[in-house]
Design a protein around this ligand. Sequence first.
Ligand code: 3AM
Length: 186
Amino acid sequence: MRTFLALPLPPELARKLCAAAHAALGPRLEELRLVRPDNLHLTLHFLGVTSAEVLARLPAELELALAGRRAPQLAIRGSGGFPAGSRKHVLWAGVAGEPRELEELGRLVSACRAALAASGHPLPDSSEPFVPHVTLARSRDGLAAPRAWRELEFDFAWRAARIDLLESEAGAGRTRHPSLWTRALD
Ligand code: 3AM
C-alpha cells in the first residue's frame, strides 16, 4: 500500500478552491484532471510503499512525535505549478502564513519524519526542499499554466486542525484517499 501524511482541507474551503479552479481552468479541462474537494490536502510527507510493520507502529510513533504540536494558522494564497519549467504537470494553490506559523508547519513535517524513522520506514537521503502547496489539478502530458490560472489570487484563512495518514490509491476510476489514521491538532 502507498501512503502519505497530509493536512486535509475543511470541506467548505475545499469547495471554494475547487470552484475557483474550475472557473479558471474551464476551457482547458480536457487536458487536466481536477482534484475532487474531498481529496484536497497539503502533503507533509509522501511515504510511498509502506510495509504492514510500519503501518502497525506508525500511529503510536506519530502520537509521541506530535505531542505539543498545535494547529498552524495558515492561508491559501496565490497559485503555481510543478515542475518549474514551462510544462506543468501539477497546478496548485500556495500556502502562506506568519513566520511562526510556517515554523509550526515545519515542525509538523519534522515530527512526521521522526515518527517514520522510529517506525522503521526508510527516509530519502537528500530530501527536496519542502514547498507547501495544495494540488488542485493534474495534467498527464503537461501544459503551460493558463493565464487565468496564473492570475488567480486565492486568499483564504486556514487553520489546519487535523493530520491524516492517507492511502494514495491510484485506481483506474475515481481517485480516493481513504484515511488510515487521524489526529486533531489543537
Ligand atoms: O497532492 P500532492 O501533489 O501534494 O503528488 C502526490 C500527492 O501530493 C505525491 O503524494 C501525494 C499523494 O499522492 N506523490 C505521489 N507520488 C510521489 C512520489 N513518487 C509523490 N511525492 C513524491 N514522490
